[in-house]
Design a protein around this ligand. Structure first.
Ligand SMILES: *[C@@H]1O[C@H](CO)[C@@H](O)[C@H](O)[C@H]1NC(C)=O
Ligand SMILES: *[C@@H]1O[C@H](CO)[C@@H](O)[C@H](O)[C@H]1NC(C)=O
Ligand SMILES: *[C@@H]1O[C@H](CO)[C@@H](O)[C@H](O)[C@H]1NC(C)=O
Ligand SMILES: *[C@@H]1O[C@H](CO)[C@@H](O)[C@H](O)[C@H]1NC(C)=O
Length: 330
């Protein structure tokens, strides 16, 4: 009796969590395909009708040929981890099948080609008057991924249900490794999301994804509180060796969201490149400047010494000349 009461209590407590279902970050993008169209491989994840998650629902993007162009399509593909768009167009249903969701945004326009997520661009809410299945935008992304030319301190999210979430991996010493969650707080999780173009992390350490044994754990005790929270490279630079303090059970996962009203803005594609290089440049400049200073001091000493020697020798000579003159008068 007692145990069944507790079981009931447990079911009641668990129920609201189960009903809430998936929690997806705003601005998350996925590609929908309800059939295999011409030139679309079965199960292809790089092609489909674009769906964006905004205000707690998935919806399509209503075309406006004057604004949605190559740059906007590229941005969608960058967000999904691909290196740009091969093609895009309206009336996705013809290629990818009927999609029962409605359009949620229209007039998408990116004023920079450096954005990483579509929410960084301008858009307005869709209306049912001008939007229908015929206006759903679809895209086919390049199959090469965006991590082909990585830099030290680059981050990516892997193995999540969407590209806005997953295991945090950072690139160091020519290899992708994980981040230990020791000392992680909102600041660090937010920095990962901002580096990827989102505005913040709404959850971290909540996904059951871990790095595997063959992967190094690069960062440990990450601290971003003193930085502007735009790039992980400002919080900690790549170590020369992997951390041995942590196990993969402590690997960090994050779920990112884009809040349009946020004061924070997601980083651009180039915001975090070359931070480690600039540290090296700085260190080199300091070394060269120090060497220059030492050289200058040594030079000064030499000049002083030789000047003193000359003076001493000159004075002696003068005295001798005067002495000689007196001797002649005598
Ligand atoms: C997404 O946006 C909605 C509406 O603006 C908001 O209620 C919700 O909390 C946001 N979700 C996240 C994960 O930030
Ligand atoms: C997929 O297409 C079929 C018709 O071909 C439609 O009945 C079904 O609702 C579509 N599925 C979704 C999830 O939109
Ligand atoms: C397309 O979007 C632009 C910019 O938001 C807007 O000025 C224009 O009126 C739109 N065109 C159509 C046909 O809706
Ligand atoms: C471990 O991770 C690496 C890098 O992500 C991957 O290449 C490899 O296949 C994984 N191995 C296993 C056993 O999952």
């Amino acid at each position: 009796m007692k145990s069944s009461f507790f079981a009931l209590l447990l079911v009641c407590a668990a129920a609201p969590v189960a009903v809430q279902g998936e929690q997806v970050g705003n601005g998350t993008i996925r590609l929908f395909s309800n059939k295999t169209g011409p030139g679309v491989a079965s199960g292809a994840t790089n092609a489909g009708i674009i769906q964006i998650y905004i205000d707690d629902q998935w919806g399509n993007i209503c075309s406006n040929q004057t604004t949605f162009g190559q740059r906007e399509a590229d941005t969608v593909c960058y967000q999904l981890g691909y290196n740009g768009a091969d093609s895009f167009g309206a009336y996705g249903a013809a290629l990818f099948g009927i999609d029962t969701s409605a359009a949620v945004i229209k007039d998408v326009h990116c004023d920079s080609d450096q954005y990483q997520v579509l929410s960084q661009c301008h858009y307005s809410p869709a209306d049912s008057n001008s939007c229908s299945d015929k206006t759903d935008i679809h895209v086919t992304c390049s199959t090469t991924d965006i991590w082909g030319d990585p830099y030290d301190g680059m981050v990516r999210l892997v193995e999540g249900s969407y590209s806005s979430e997953g295991l945090v991996e950072v690139y160091c010493n020519k290899e992708w490794g994980t981040v230990c969650d020791d000392g992680i707080d909102d600041d660090e999780a937010d920095t990962v999301c901002v580096q990827l173009g989102y505005t913040k992390s709404f959850k971290w350490d909540k996904l059951p994804i871990r790095g595997n044994g063959s992967q190094p754990i690069w960062l440990d005790n990450l601290y971003c509180g003193h930085t502007d929270k735009t790039c992980i490279g400002y919080c900690q630079t790549c170590p020369s060796k992997e951390s041995t303090d942590c196990s993969h059970g402590e690997d960090l996962t994050v779920q990112c969201t884009y809040n349009k009203a946020s004061f924070e803005k997601g980083s651009l594609r180039t915001t975090c490149t070359g931070i480690e290089d600039s540290w090296w440049t700085f260190i080199h400049i300091v070394i060269i400047a120090a060497a220059g200073l030492v050289g200058f001091i040594l030079c000064c000493l030499c000049v002083c010494l030789s000047f003193c020697c000359c003076c001493a020798a000159g004075a002696k000579k003068k005295k001798k000349v005067i002495n000689t003159a007196y001797t002649q008068f005598d």
